[in-house]
Design a binder for this molecule. Sequence first.
Ligand code: SF4
Length: 396
Amino acid sequence: MTSFSTTFLGCKVSQTDAQEIRDRLLGDGHVERAGAADVAVVNTCCVTHEAVRKSRQAVSRAARTHRRVYVTGCAANLAADAFAGFSKDVVVVRRPSEQTPAFVAGDVGAIGCVRADARLDRVRAFVKIQDGCSFSCNFCVIPLVRGATRSRRAEAVLAEVRRRVGQGHREVVLTGINLGCFRDRVAGYTLAGLVREVARVPGLARLRLSSIEVNHLTDDLLSAMRETPSVAPHLHVPLQSGDDRVLEAMGRRYSVATYLARVRRAEGFNITTDAIVGFPAEDEGAFERTLTTVADAGITKVHVFPYSPRPGTRTAAADSVPPAVKKERSARLRAASHQACLERWRAKIGRDDMVLIDRPGRGYGADYSPWLVQGEVGQLVRVRARAVVEEGIVAA
Ligand code: SF4
């Protein structure tokens, strides 16, 4: 019997990839162990230079406490040499995500099916419906390491959702690299159709989308999300920049006006976003327009990424904005984002919400607002907002 541990860095798709390797190893009869074990799987990220550095650190840590380490995921596919210098027991797995679980399991060696249906060690179940991306934005390394877009069959997604609900997961998050590209042409499903079907799974308390490109924010998707109360009224819609000239230089497929028009149709949804600060084409005026667009769109949370040129991308050689300027602008955007969060939270005082408790004393509301709440981890509880603190909304 082989003991193993899994860690991941990066996005929700990286998390589901690590989850799939874990499921496969458990299904093959191996035992999961936190901390030291025979085998470690580190699912890596390469979206920024910093992410590769942290991935290398995670591999280094694992190599000190495990006999064998499998380096999987995006950074393994992008920069295998980033993991050079480790012993031969550190195996860099350069494979598409779909093939990685079988490779790792085959290398570890199956000893017979024991726990094929182990519950995830997290309250929320992330279910991957799509992988890869065919948009190829000029700064983005993801299409290079994950390939072109491809979708799972709707029936496979539904089967996994039923399984996760059967395991006791109250919330399911549909995730992918470019979710809106999901298509099951054989069964005739678009993302909107899949949302309608998944939301009908008996016992599913809450369905959430991980993120959606503004190009895919259609009326049909919005009505599918509004039709069923179990669908969370939250949309993460990457903006990246609030300046048309910068959006064009990024190779994004929308203008600021289109972005604003689309998110304004998502009335009643909490809108959060991603923004890149310090992209080469960004001057002070362009950055100011990003601040304005975030306010005009009613965005309540911005994940801020200081621009980091990625190898193999069209903008790999461009990095003209000084680090100090990136740092200063990132701080201003994060401050504006936090103010917007506080305003949204304060507007909830005296009102009720259904909160999923995902850690001791903490949880998230339907619109993904953070709450400080007492109760059993994994439970959905109805609470009333009593006060607001820096970390979130305090339940009465
Ligand atoms: S849409 Fe653009 S930023 Fe997003 S994964 Fe695809 S290429 Fe990257």
